[in-house]
Design a protein around this ligand. Sequence first.
Ligand code: B3K
Ligand code: ZN
Length: 896
Amino acid sequence: ATAVHRLDYCPPAYWIDTVELTFDLDPAKTRVLSKMRLRRNPDVPAQPLRLDGEELNLARVQVNGAGTSFKMDGGQLVLENLPEGHEPFELEIFTTCQPVKNTQLSGLYVSEGTFFTQCEAQGFRRITYFLDRPDVMASYSVLLRADKAAYPVLLSNGNLVESGELDGGRHFARWHDPHKKPSYLFALVAGKLVAREQKIKSRNGGEHLLQVWVRAGDLQKTEHAMNSLMASIAWDEARFNLPLDLERFMIVATSDFNMGAMENKGLNVFNTKYVLASQATATDVDFANVESVVGHEYFHNWTGNRVTCRDWFQLSLKEGLTVFRDQEFSMDMAGSASARAVKRIEDVRVLRTVQFPEDAGPMAHPVRPDSYVEINNFYTVTIYEKGAEVVRMQHNLVGREGFARGMQLYFERHDGQAVTCDDFAQAMADANPGSELGNRLEQFKRWYSQAGTPRVKAEGHYDAVAQTYTLTLSQSCAPTPGQPDKQPFVIPVALGLLGRDGSALPLQLAGEAQASGPERTIVLHEASQTLTFTGVAQPPVPSLLRAFSAPVCLDCEYSDEDLLLLLAHDSDPFNRWEAGQRLMLRVATKHIADSHSSTSTEAASGQKLLSPALVQALRGVLRHPQLDAAFKDLVLTLPSEAYIAEQLDEVDPQRVHAVREALRLELAVALQPDWQWAFEAHQDSGAYSPDAASAGRRALAGTALAMLCLAAQAQGDAVWPGKAYQRFKVAGNMTDRINALSALVGSGSDLAQPALERFHTQFKGDALVIDKWFALQAMAPDRGGDVLPVVRQLMQHPDFSLHNPNRARSVIFSYCNGNPAGLHRADGAGYAFWAEQVLQLDAINAQVAARLARSLDRWRKLAEPYRSAAREAVARVAAAGSLSNDVREVVTRALA
Ligand code: B3K
Ligand code: ZN
């Protein structure tokens, strides 16, 4: 397989105006007849038609009703003798495929007896020969035929035109999609399903039918998804003036799915994980995820479907923008300013613990990549989450109203087109002339072309005599693969200054006539810029990069006192949280670096890692009368092992784990009475509701219980584990139940095993809950290498299957990505397991295998003996015969 390059883009040599597809659905052999009207693209020199195809059996090709010559070239079907001139002609292709043998879950496949399709990015070519590229937009009519008893429901995109009976117990349904679309948005579903239905009226009076299709037993778990869909529709109308453009909008759930969900036009296909939710089986986080993913896929209807991508290098055009939109939707749904901040912190946490490492590793790529071997490897946190940050910066540079104007102009210009990231940024800038974005568009666009996380260094100096505070901001960005030198970025830095009493100081820059409000955004665009604030009566503490105004690492030499001040008083909740994280990170890295003393002896000798001042400050947050529970929970949670590791030059994962565990225990013991208060003060009263405020209270109570169990375990006290077991048994919702179970597992209590057994008995048969049961065990804190044998044993469990992606993720990914201390064993056995599983999975499902292959990306950062052992495992995978392109690309880059 060779790389595809962005700059090689050429428009298609032909356009496909209409497609009529006829499916005779049969799991073993499905027949597909495709009748297309094509015409030559007048803007491109005459050339043969080359259609993409994969794993197809070709039976017949006809042009304008007569047989024609063709040849095969590298999987493509090549037609050389097509009618000349620019008149449309008809091409008919008859193929068959084998859905039941499709373990890749790309193209047409069978899940629990139901047919599903997944076409993004290049699955349509596994259904029929086609110009399988997003800039070819066609009008689709689909005729589905199948056995009626086995497949009573037949769905495709658009509107149902006709349906009826056929001979031999078969039936049919004919669908027509009124909107032109690229092939990646095609979908069909056929099987035994039932729907929750809802009729709605949109603002302009149009009537729409909403459906959520699931297996019969799951209907009562679809209310939240339907509510989320209705909320999404209302939100997009209200916030962006974007209406639902279909009479019918369907969501269908499947338990075999490579990712979260897919935005096929009018027929979204979802992983059950992001549809089904009931208080008994889904946690608050699951409820929030359902809302956010339903929103995300719905928002794609405009950002992705109405305006799509010219080529796959532009993937972030739709993904970055749609993630930004779903983040904003979740924030608006959460309500209060503080709930918005909580969502922002959660999003930034993902960005920093997953995307920053990607941007610093061998797979680093720009938001708009320049080349790829396998496009499926580029559905990354960089394209999605960093892409969303790049949109967010544009939003912040032009303001909320300006952004709305930019969106409007984008749709005025490009509705119905396949466009580029440049087109989006241009519309934003053109709608906002004179703004910081309008003035610096070309430089701003380096965010799309340069990979890597910029570092911003801030150095402040207070001059008591002149009453000035000078702040120098400098930026740099480390080399990434193929990009040794970086040009300066446009970096919006939202900031404020705090006085020693915690008050917000007015901001007045030298040369300005008067002070402005207590917060403003400075746009750093040079390598280094110096700001002078005047009329500063006391040495201030700067609060920088408020609300995480740019996706950068901020280096600022704060004293502990400065950070304690920010933690206690910053009016920006993000930076308040960040100050606490910095303080805890500082303690962690100091003790990790101090390799002479072993942490266990420190703990045993009663030596404290956390200063009394920090403990007191954390207690202050925990007991604070005004702060929200969700926010307190975030502040009181230590930075993850992954995030701590990211700050180190060389990582000993066992050391990171030991120090973090020691800190966790210390926090548990030092705040014991406070945790007890927090647990008791945040009990649910009344009916379950997954809203942000109630979820926050449950989260804090859950953390408190985990801390109480941890402290109790260390003190040999059985009271709290007993309480946790009791709560586990009687919990009225899955959040409280799994939190109690996790407190037992996490503290290593003897009650963990009986609780796990009870849990399995209670929920066997509910796949999504059993996934949680597997994941909890695979992510249990490692104690002397005890997790790997458990993981191997779990894979022997009758409920385990490598073929179901959710199940494979619940065990293998949970262990390899969610349990650093379990994976990084000095004996290398974790790496050997990883290599084994990558190879096994690759024979089944290349996309899933390639995701797993990413787990050891950053082997170079490891200390010995981990480094050599990890490298060897990656090399072992790379050396295996018959690797998929997907896995080969990942391991090749990892070793480069
Ligand atoms: N667009 C899909 C992702 C498709 C992934 C293909 N490998 C889901 C989403 O981002 O909404
Ligand atoms: Zn998306």
